[in-house]
Write a new protein. Structure first.
Length: 276
């Protein structure tokens, strides 16, 4: 059986999926057709139901629970890994209500967290996450919402932090930060869904047990990223909750979706969120 699989070229995703897509583990009769894309690109493909299995933002999943189910493996979820709102070191944002802000996509969890923390900040411009730093530096926008590797490089480029939205979430909500997860179409049978969930877990375990095994694949798609930055990226976004959400991870996701429904950010959820 061939299954389409979407994930980003970022080091955390290539680390997770290297063993799976390169048959370093037994894929139990499944073939995966890989589709690489930016996080918001993958979100939009999921809205169009173009992918059987895909990484997507938890915010986007809130709109897609009728068609997709969340797997227990592959998530980016944890502590100290949230998006950063930054400004130029030569500019001082006085009022976020009037501030122009670059965001990495309407359906990203980063935008969800910004909306929860600053509902008055509505002057937003969507752009590719990797273009946001330069947009702030050149004055195209007054502030930018950074995700992925830009969390590690913004200071050396002359930007300064306004707020760490991950810290905000952890302090005010008191839970882990659910950023992105792996979902699969509900139209697949339960056996196949559980098989894919198991294979992703095995792929992550292989990467941990065979140090450096995923490095070539990570470098291939890392846009000349420094190796130290790549590994910082993996350390931040891949952890025990990536192997298995567990009770704590599931509780954090549930808390996020309950809050989002209360505030009318996402529609009412009628299906079970998690794989059985």
């Amino acid at each position: 059986m061939k299954i389409t699989l979407g994930f980003s070229p970022c080091p955390n995703d290539t680390f997770i999926f290297d063993a799976l897509v390169h048959h370093k583990i037994d894929t139990e009769g499944l073939e995966f057709e890989v589709v690489l894309g930016d996080v918001e690109e993958l979100n939009l493909k999921a809205f169009k139901k173009e992918l059987d299995v895909t990484k997507l933002s938890y915010h986007a999943y809130g709109y897609l629970t009728d068609d997709y189910v969340l797997l227990d493996s592959g998530s980016a979820l944890g502590k100290g890994c949230g998006p950063l709102l930054v400004q130029s070191s030569t500019f001082q944002v006085q009022n976020l209500e009037d501030c122009s802000i670059a965001i990495p996509g309407k359906y990203t969890t980063a935008n969800f967290l910004l909306s929860i923390a600053y509902p008055e900040a509505t002057n937003k411009t969507e752009m590719l996450f990797s273009d946001i730093e330069n947009a702030v530096l050149t004055g195209q926008v007054e502030a930018g919402l950074l995700i992925h590797e830009n969390r590690f490089t913004y200071e050396e480029k002359g930007l300064k932090k306004i707020i760490d939205l991950g810290e905000y979430w952890e302090k005010t909500i008191g839970a882990l930060i659910p950023l992105g997860g792996i979902v699969m179409k509900r139209s697949f049978d339960e056996v196949t869904i559980n098989k894919v969930n198991r294979l992703i877990r095995k792929s992550i375990e292989y990467a941990y047990e065979n140090e450096g095994a995923a490095l070539a694949y990570m470098k291939q798609h890392a846009q000349e990223m420094d190796e130290q930055i790549m590994m910082q990226h993996v350390a931040l976004y891949v952890n025990k909750y990536s192997i298995n959400l567990g009770e704590e991870g599931r509780a954090a996701v549930t808390k996020m979706f309950n809050l989002a429904q209360e505030k009318g950010v996402i529609p009412e959820i009628k299906n079970a969120l998690f794989v059985v």
